[in-house]
Ligand binder design. Structure first.
Ligand SMILES: Cc1ncc(COP(=O)(O)O)c(C=O)c1O
Ligand SMILES: [Zn+2]
Length: 405
């Protein structure tokens, strides 16, 4: 058996692999505990390379047993050597993973595919989540595939396209007057009342978070079974950064890679708790007012904040906190150099990368991987006013010639 149980990330107390997520001893969050000997015996580079072109090529590392995955094709997205952007930023070995091409256009398909599969395995009657936007669309789509009703809690004011995307799959969208943190608190209360509903980022969170480890596996596989020198990860709750870190550790544990000393850098919009804590040397202090237009990363009370901070600091990385204008410019820079239209979270990531290079924290020859986690068509509201307008003319050649002149 691959799964050994769950374990508290604070005090280490162990639990059976059930839909539980907090420790009854210290209230710490739980994570999945694996039988590493079993996994090491079963996994190999060849097996992975011959697997499906999705996250499920790494099934040996995912917390699912004896059930067919709910699979829309998440993962194994484009791995790009970004020569043009690298030249602009002064990096010779810059790589991007472009998760804007996932089935619902964000990295959330990786976590949701695992969590909804787990909900089916547990025989749950419905699924739900609290979302800053991308999770909503992904959960709605996977719930449709799994034939489960979905209850999705979002803060008011998130992008229209994200709501439309979730609604089209038939999910019930509850817009909560307040921030993401308010929506999350309410969803948590509802999850407590309804133990046979699988709230993917609440009571299924230990399993859900594991899906993002696949970004580390893909990075290593695409680099010819080598690790990068540095990574840049966008942060909201910090779960993604922690999962990528666990992914590299897993590969080392089963000897699929020899060394693992990846430097972790986080990217979060200005004023949010994780980047603030790392950059200005403080503890994680929750923020109530969220001023950024980067709604997908706007979490004021980040569940994985302390763990993300610890990983960044232990690996000698850093966190950057670009302001919205920088992130918008970075979206445009990426689009003009690499032909990729990323959402504002990707802008935060590229803007943070730019700062890290300018401050000498990343060397020009370092092998760097930046994770682009969402699609620009979802956040057009934030960018449209920063683009030149169209040119309107009558359908006549001389009119066009006037424009060119
Ligand atoms: C596009 C995008 N990137 C990154 C993140 C960061 O996620 P996490 O909460 O795991 O830090 C999110 C979270 O919603 C997101 O939507
Ligand atoms: Zn504990």
């Amino acid at each position: 058996m691959k799964i050994a149980g769950l374990k508290c990330r604070i005090c280490g107390k162990e639990f059976p692999a059930e839909p539980v997520y907090t420790c009854d001893n210290c209230f710490g969050p739980l994570e999945v505990l694996y039988n590493w000997d079993f996994i090491a015996e079963n996994v190999s580079r060849e097996k992975i390379e011959n697997g499906p072109r999705s996250i499920w090529r790494y099934a040996d590392f995912l917390p699912v047993e004896n059930v067919e995955p709910i699979d829309l094709g998440a993962g194994f997205t484009r791995f790009i050597k970004a020569e043009n952007l690298g030249e602009e930023l002064g990096l010779k070995n810059l790589y991007l993973i472009d998760d804007s091409t996932n089935p619902t256009y964000s990295f959330k398909d990786r976590v949701v595919s695992v969590a909804v599969t787990k909900a089916v395995e547990f025989g749950m009657k419905a699924v739900g989540c609290a979302s800053t936007g991308n999770l909503a669309g992904s959960l709605a789509a996977h719930a449709a595939k799994a034939k489960l009703p979905a209850y999705i809690f979002v803060p008011e004011g998130i992008e229209r396209n994200k709501i439309v995307q979730a609604l089209v799959h038939g999910a019930k969208i509850i817009e909560v007057e307040g921030t993401y943190d308010d929506a999350n608190r309410l969803a948590t209360e509802i999850a407590e009342e309804n133990p046979d509903w699988g709230f993917v980022n609440i009571n299924l969170r230990p399993y859900y978070a594991e899906g993002s480890k696949t970004l580390a596996y893909e990075t290593v596989e695409h680099l010819g079974w080598a690790t990068p020198d540095q990574v840049i990860v966008p942060m909201a709750s910090g779960a993604l950064l922690c999962a990528i870190h666990r992914g590299f550790e897993d590969l080392e544990r089963v000897d699929l890679i020899e060394e693992n000393d990846v430097v972790f850098n986080g990217a979060q919009p200005y004023g949010l708790p994780i980047s603030k804590a790392v950059k200005y040397g403080k503890g994680i202090e929750p923020v109530r007012r969220l001023e950024t237009i980067v709604h997908s990363l706007a979490i004021g009370n980040p569940a994985d904040g302390i763990f993300a901070k610890e990983i960044i600091e232990k690996s000698s990385g850093f966190a950057e906190d670009p302001v919205d204008e920088e992130s918008i410019e970075a979206v445009k820079l990426l689009a003009k150099t690499e032909g990729i239209f990323t959402e504002l979270a990707g802008g935060v990531t590229i803007a943070a990368l730019k700062r890290l290079v300018e401050d000498g924290r990343i060397d020009s020859s370092d092998v760097v991987v930046a994770y682009l986690t969402g699609n620009g068509l979802k956040t057009t509201e934030g960018i449209v006013d920063h683009l030149p307008g169209t040119v309107k003319i009558k359908p006549r050649l001389e009119e066009f010639e006037k424009v060119i002149a």
